[in-house]
Design a protein around this ligand. Structure first.
Ligand code: SF4
Length: 387
């Protein structure tokens, strides 16, 4: 049986956050029932197409090792819609072999009865999009919840027995100062979550923030403050026992996200739903972002139909290195040799030596990985791995 993961995209949100350019829509809840039908049809078409390739277990259903339900906001679905989602997933996917089933929740749309349902449905891991515990920051970023609501959801999830809770935080937000960030980090630590993902704000075209920037109405922390925030995060979390296993991800040992690790370790995955991306049989494919376009494709039986890239050996090698370097383990020379029938030192030896000399890479036994400095200037390192 081939090892692969499944990502399910739920593209609905109560309101669009000001920084967000993900394929998600506000005010389209009336489309949810039709969308769920399309998800089931897509899974069915993939299952039928892949059965002979050994991707279905003895049950005839798709048998991934990890499942990640993200968005958008999966928790925006009502209780009956969540029930319908898990019923259709159960018809098409064999959950038994999935060691990790993650679902993203937004504190503004998750209530205790939904958490209870998720627990009973087999979700093993909750990813809570808190972003900050400071109400001023949350409001300035267009979030629909307060810090207290985020805290409440985590406490309720813990009460219900979720033993794998991940928290999303952001830095570099409007109105965020160093003490405000420190307060959010301290709150995350006091709640005892197992995993923390923390991303710096990126200004993406087409977002409300990008428009505010053009109009001179966006006031962000300056570069020095943003760097101080970055340093604060990377000192505070490891000191509290959260190891930095990927550039933006920290976890207590044994609580790393298996699904996300598989993205960085060249494991194939199927992306289901509008705007979802797949990495399948050496190709990168995507589904259309628009609900109408996606549903039209599925009604015509088109799955894995939009090819972003048919990866050449060279592109595969470059991407393998970028992705592996994002993780603390970095590139395994033995795994590289096995995959590409070439030594990583033959291909990249000179560049590795120069980057190590500059303090950006370190070599330990079989592994070539970013140093702390390399993590800070990751893009410079990744650029050197383009052939
Ligand atoms: S809730 Fe998430 S997906 Fe929805 S708009 Fe906000 S950041 Fe984007």
């Amino acid at each position: 049986m081939q090892t692969f993961g499944i990502y399910i995209h739920i593209p609905f949100c109560r309101q669009k956050c000001f920084y967000c350019d993900f394929p998600s829509f506000a005010g389209r809840e009336s489309k949810i029932p039709a969308y769920l039908q399309a998800l089931e049809q897509e899974l069915y078409l993939l299952r039928r197409g892949q059965a002979e390739d050994g991707l279905c277990g003895g049950t005839g259903r798709l048998a991934p090792v990890t499942i990640y339900i993200g968005g958008g906001t999966p928790s925006v679905l009502s209780l009956p819609e969540l029930e319908a989602l898990f019923a259709l997933l159960g018809r098409q996917i064999d959950f038994a072999g999935a060691g990790e089933i993650t679902l993203e929740v937004n504190p503004g749309t998750a209530a205790e009865d939904k958490l209870q349902l998720l627990r009973e449905a087999g979700v093993t891991r909750l990813s809570v999009g808190a972003q900050s515990f400071d109400d001023g920051c949350l409001q300035a970023a267009g979030r629909i919840h307060t810090g207290q609501e985020a805290e409440k959801i985590i406490l309720q999830a813990q009460e219900l027995g979720f033993a794998d809770i991940s928290l999303d935080l952001m830095y570099g937000l409007p109105r965020q100062t160093l003490p405000v960030l420190e307060h959010s980090l301290a709150k995350a630590l006091s709640l005892g979550v197992q995993h923390i993902s923390i991303y710096g704000l990126q200004l993406e075209p087409g977002t409300a923030f990008a428009r505010m920037q053009e109009q001179g109405r966006l006031h962000l922390p300056d570069d020095a403050l943003t760097e101080a925030m970055y340093d604060c995060i990377n000192e505070t979390l490891p000191a509290a026992g959260y190891h930095r296993y990927e550039i933006s991800n920290f976890a207590l040992r044994g609580h790393e996200s298996r699904h996300n690790l598989s993205y960085w370790q060249d494991v194939p995955y199927l992306g289901i739903g509008s705007g979802a991306h797949s990495y399948w049989q050496g190709r990168r494919c995507f589904n259309q972002d628009s609900l109408a376009g996606y549903m039209e494709d599925i009604s015509r039986g088109k799955v894995l139909a939009h090819i972003e890239e048919n990866m050449t050996a060279q592109a595969h090698m470059e991407e393998y290195c970028f992705l592996a370097l994002r993780t603390a383990c970095g590139i395994s020379a033995a795994a590289f040799q096995q995959k590409f029938r070439q030594s990583v030192h033959e291909v990249y030896g000179k560049k590795i030596a120069v980057l190590a000399e500059r303090g950006l890479l370190r070599q330990t036994g079989d592994h070539i990985a970013l140093t702390d400095l390399g993590m800070k200037f990751g893009n410079q390192v990744f650029g050197e791995f383009l052939l």
